[in-house]
Structure formats: structure tokens, C-alpha cells
Design a binder for this molecule. Structure first.
Ligand SMILES: NC(=O)c1ccc[n+]([C@@H]2O[C@H](COP(=O)([O-])OP(=O)(O)OC[C@H]3O[C@@H](n4cnc5c(N)ncnc54)[C@H](OP(=O)(O)O)[C@@H]3O)[C@@H](O)[C@H]2O)c1
Length: 351
């Protein structure tokens, strides 16, 4: 027998298994409890076009769902998209009570709670909402703003350098930190870098399997922001291991500085179904994103090394004086290998 609190904790953990593969859909987890509180089904949404979490759980439970409770991280949908409405399936299965963490902000899919109530089902909303919102933060933020959620990730020495004076920058951080970055990449839909990073480092920007080094099945879109199309034809980012978009000013138009327009970049990515972006630099592009207010979260890996000279982790971010410093809210510090990983969020004005 599990409590509804425990069931929601499990549903949130299940939902996270869909990170990186469900866009443009959210991640969702669902647990079904029988009338006497036994877990009779569980499911998560694994990929867009695939069955929703509730449907997976109902299929598992079969007749045992009758009279039971559904515990779901997001309001069940009431519309027919690529799959049928979950509300109908829950009612047909005889579910008596539905416990929901987060209301669906997407107008096309909302109305599930009201439809369930209209069908005589007892509905609770807002149950463990903060934890569930945290698990779906990229999707929720993206839908509310109409642009992808952007995480800027960087690696630096303790004195804030991201490359040495001669331009070399590889392996600033320890192997566990680099493995951690592959996990992070596996949760996003697109990895974005500036052409400067491609010219300096020729990165491949793929997700490698964390156990054997082979390529993961699902690869994020690789995006090079390259105003004038300087990415060499032989660049590794152009290889066949993942889809790639060389985003030029010809396609995006230009911002006030004459370079590729970053708002247009994000709008285009959103239209392509991208909800979570990992901005991997370098310092010039990251500065431009920050100056434009287009970063939501920062993850910095700081290595216990000193360089004293070389490229700063961040160049011009539109800050001229200390009063204009970009304030972050620190949400986590974790030691990864010999490095420290700082996670912090930026407060953005709601659109
Ligand atoms: N340690 C780390 O975490 C890390 C991560 C990445 C890179 N790096 C290091 O960073 C160095 C490269 O630095 P970088 O600053 O040249 O790289 P970058 O930020 O990746 O690329 C900068 C280039 O992006 C292009 N760009 C296109 N649109 C832009 C816009 N709206 N605003 C700003 N830039 C735009 C610009 O070239 P166009 O005007 O031609 O488009 C610009 O020169 C390398 O040494 C690399 O190793 C370190």
C-alpha cells in the first residue's frame, strides 16, 4: 500500500525518464492505485506520438483500475492529438479519483480536470505542484514564453578562465564532469554553440553512451550560430551522427550588432518542436544570450585549476557596472569528480 504522496514522488521520477525525447510534448508520469491503495499500474510519456502516461498505466492495470485513483504529474489531456484524450480513457476505466500536480498551460490540451469533474470523478489539483513543476521546468517555461528554455553550461578554472592563453581549452574539468555533461545533453532537444567554438575546438556535440562510449539512440539537434556561414565543410559537427543546423544571418536576420538574431533563432527552434536548449558557448555567444535576456539557467563546472591568463568564461554580457550584474539564484552545488558543479537560475520577466 502506498500513500498518494509516495505515489506522486514515484510519478515525478517516472516522468523524468522522458526528458530529452518527448518534445514538443511535456514529460508526464502516472501511477494508478487500486481502491485499497495498491499500485496497479504505472507509466510515463516516452516520446511524442507515443502513448500518454495515463494510457500506459491503464493498460497495465486493466480491470484493477476500476474504482481506483490516478496520480498524475500533469492535468490529463482532454483533446485528441496524435493520441485520444486521456480523460475519456480514465473515465471508461472506472477511475473514481484523479490527483494532479500541475495544470496544463497549453490551451489546446487544458480542460481535463473540468471534464473529469463533469463526468463525476473526484479531482484534486496542485498536489506537490512545486516538485512536479521543477521536473517539467523546461517544457512549462517554454510553453509560457513561446521560446525554448535555455540552459547555459560552461566549464572554467577557479579564476574563471575557459581557455588558456594559447587557446587550448580541452579537459579543463575532470572525466566525471565530462560524463555529467553527456547526461545533461541527453535531456535536451538542441545543443547550441557559436561558430567561434567550432573553429577553435571542432567539437562533435553528440550524446555518447555513458557506459561504453557509443552514440546514444536519440541525439539532440546540433546548432551552430554562424552569421556568415564560416563553419568548415569538414567540421565534425556536420558529420552524420546527429542532425545539424548551421543557423546563419541569411535565415535569421540580424540583431542590432549585425550578427545573427538570437530571438529569431529561439523562435525558429520552438517552431521546430525544441523545448529545451543547452547553450554550450562559447563566451561570446553566451554573453550575447545573457545580454538579450535569453538564458533561464546556468550550470557552471568549476575546476580547481588556475590559468591566470586566457579567455574568460564569459565576455560582454551587457553589464557595464556592478549594479547591473546579472543576479542568479543558486539552486544546487554538487561535487562532480574533482570539480564543483554550480546550478543557478535567472529570474525572467513573464511575457
Ligand atoms: N570552457 C568552456 O565551457 C567553453 C565552451 C565553449 C567554448 N570555449 C572556448 O571558447 C573559445 C571560442 O570563443 P568564442 O567566443 O569565439 O566562441 P563562440 O561564442 O562559440 O562563437 C562566437 C561567434 O558566434 C557568432 N555569433 C553569431 N551570432 C552571434 C550573436 N548574435 N552574438 C554573438 N556571437 C554570435 C559570431 O561569429 P559570426 O559573427 O561570424 O557569426 C561570434 O564570433 C574557444 O577557445 C573555446 O575553446 C570554452
Amino acid at each position: 500500500m502506498v500513500t498518494e504522496d509516495e505515489a506522486m514522488g514515484r510519478a515525478i521520477a517516472l516522468a523524468a525518464r522522458g526528458l530529452g525525447t518527448t518534445s514538443p510534448n511535456p514529460v508526464v508520469g502516472c501511477l494508478l492505485l487500486s481502491a485499497d491503495g495498491e499500485v496497479v499500474g504505472e507509466g510515463f510519456h516516452a516520446y511524442a506520438g507515443g502513448p500518454h502516461a495515463e494510457i500506459v498505466a491503464l493498460a497495465q492495470a486493466g480491470e484493477r483500475a476500476r474504482g481506483g485513483t490516478a496520480v498524475v504529474t500533469l492535468e490529463p489531456c482532454n483533446h485528441t492529438g496524435r493520441t485520444g484524450p486521456c480523460v475519456k480513457a480514465l473515465v471508461a476505466a472506472g477511475i473514481r479519483r484523479v490527483v494532479i500536480a500541475v495544470d496544463d498551460p497549453n490551451p489546446a490540451a487544458a480542460g481535463g480536470a473540468a471534464a473529469l469533474r463533469a463526468a463525476g470523478v473526484e479531482v484534486v489539483t496542485g498536489f506537490h505542484r512545486p516538485e512536479a513543476e521543477e521536473g517539467n521546468v523546461a517544457w512549462l517555461t517554454a510553453v509560457r514564453r513561446g521560446r525554448p528554455y535555455v540552459t547555459w553550461k560552461f566549464a572554467a578554472t577557479l579564476d574563471g578562465r575557459s581557455a588558456a592563453a594559447d587557446g587550448t581549452s580541452q579537459w579543463i574539468t575532470s572525466a566525471p564532469a565530462r560524463t555529467d555533461v553527456h547526461t545533461l545533453r541527453s535531456t535536451v532537444d538542441a545543443i547550441v554553440v557559436g561558430v567561434g567554438t567550432v573553429l577553435a575546438d571542432d567539437p562533435q556535440l553528440t550524446v555518447r553512451d555513458l557506459r561504453d562510449g557509443s552514440l546514444a539512440i536519440t541525439q539532440p539537434l546540433r546548432v551552430v550560430v554562424d552569421s556568415a556561414g564560416r563553419t568548415p565543410p569538414t567540421a565534425r559537427v556536420r558529420d552524420a551522427s546527429a542532425p545539424t543546423w548551421i543557423a546563419t544571418a541569411a535565415e535569421l536576420g540580424t540583431g542590432p550588432d549585425g550578427r545573427a538574431d538570437l530571438s529569431a533563432l529561439l523562435t525558429t527552434l520552438y517552431a521546430r518542436g525544441v523545448r529545451a536548449v543547452l547553450l554550450e558557448g562559447g563566451p561570446t555567444l553566451a554573453g550575447a544570450f545573457l545580454a538579450a535576456g535569453l538564458v533561464d539557467r546556468v550550470i557552471g563546472y568549476v575546476a580547481p585549476k588556475l590559468l591566470g591568463a586566457g579567455l574568460s568564461a564569459l565576455v560582454d554580457a551587457g553589464v557595464a557596472t556592478i549594479g547591473e550584474a546579472i543576479d542568479l539564484e543558486l539552486t544546487d552545488i554538487t561535487q562532480v569528480g574533482t570539480d564543483l558543479r554550480f546550478t543557478a537560475t535567472l529570474r525572467q520577466k513573464e511575457a
